[in-house]
Design a protein around this ligand. Structure first.
Ligand SMILES: [Zn+2]
Length: 309
């Protein structure tokens, strides 16, 4: 399966037609991340109830696309305003202070239970979503919990604890639900102490590589990491999330968007590489290419990406 991830406010009929013409299987909806990720997610959830949004997604479905939602939601799943009454639910930073800046304490049973409950509600609320879910944690460096209990676990193991718990809860309503383990940044390494439960798949998002080179052109160490991830999680449902069309990254996540020129040769080489490495599904961010982009620069064009079989 192939997908491109677009900010919700950038979805348009034109974008949907472009995905169909390019033989992409899935429209990935990705609210903006960063410190405001939970607020951006709330905005999307509100917009998702409007006729305008639903009509667009219905149009995408009519055209044969699938719909998925991929987002950072640590601060959404653990509401920040609980810090006053339940500071123990929140993470301890490296200085030993509980803080509500990012994520939460994964060793606190009450915290985990609440996060899983909210994830279940979130999964049920996503309009016409497939049963593949992507509830990524907050993503600043060292934003996991450093309390004495959590310190026994790496950031990757902490993420694995949370995702296993969430999936179990979502499956109460959606028995065939699957959930991504995001291998990215702090959690690039596979978990070592906690095993993924059935239904967890790996989503590999190599944000820190050199984007001017094809994805095959990475150090051997990175290739070993990819193999290690596929060993840990299995190849079934494994997914690459790339940045080939991520004009938000190329614009340094600041609007107005910069002019974007896709390197088709680089993309094609990269896709071939990932397929040969054993990844089943291939996707890329494609943000900052909405109507505001086209007003500035005109249509950027999109080739038929031979992502799939
Ligand atoms: Zn903790």
């Amino acid at each position: 399966m192939t997908s491109l991830l677009i900010h919700p406010e950038e979805i348009s009929k034109k974008w949907i037609d472009r995905l169909v013409e390019s033989k992409i299987d899935c429209l990935g909806i990705h609210p903006v991340g960063g410190y405001r990720a939970h607020i951006n997610l709330e905005v999307m959830l509100k917009d998702m109830k409007t006729e305008k949004f639903r009509n667009l997604l219905d149009y995408a479905l009519e055209k044969g696309l699938r719909i998925e939602y991929e987002m950072h939601c640590g601060s959404y799943l653990m509401p920040r305003d609980l810090f006053d009454t339940h500071p123990e639910y929140f993470r301890m930073n490296e200085e030993g202070t509980r803080t509500s800046d990012m994520n939460f304490c994964v060793s606190n049973k009450g915290a985990l239970k609440l996060v899983a409950k909210r994830a279940r509600e979130l999964a049920n609320s996503l309009y016409k979503s497939t049963h593949n879910f992507y509830f990524w944690l907050d993503d600043k460096k060292d934003s996991h919990c450093h309390c004495p209990e959590c310190s026994k676990y790496s950031a990757s193991d902490q993420q694995m604890i949370v995702m296993n718990e969430i999936l179990k809860e979502i499956q109460k309503d959606i028995p065939d639900a699957k959930l991504a383990y995001l291998a990215y940044f702090n959690t690039s390494l596979p978990p070592k102490k906690i095993r993924p439960d059935k239904g967890i798949f790996v989503e590999y998002a190599p944000m820190e590589r050199d984007m001017k080179k094809p994805s095959s052109d990475v150090p051997d160490k990175e290739k070993e990491l990819q193999a290690d991830l596929l060993n840990t999680f299995g190849k079934t449902d494994s997914k690459v999330l790339e940045y080939w069309y991520d004009n938000s990254m190329f614009s340094n996540w600041t609007k107005p968007p910069k002019k974007y020129v896709p390197d088709f040769d680089l993309i094609s080489k990269s896709v071939d590489y990932y397929k040969s490495a054993g990844f089943e599904n291939i996707s890329s961010f494609a943000c900052y290419l909405g109507e505001d982009y086209e007003e500035l620069y005109g249509d950027f064009g999109l080739p038929v990406l031979e992502f799939g079989e």
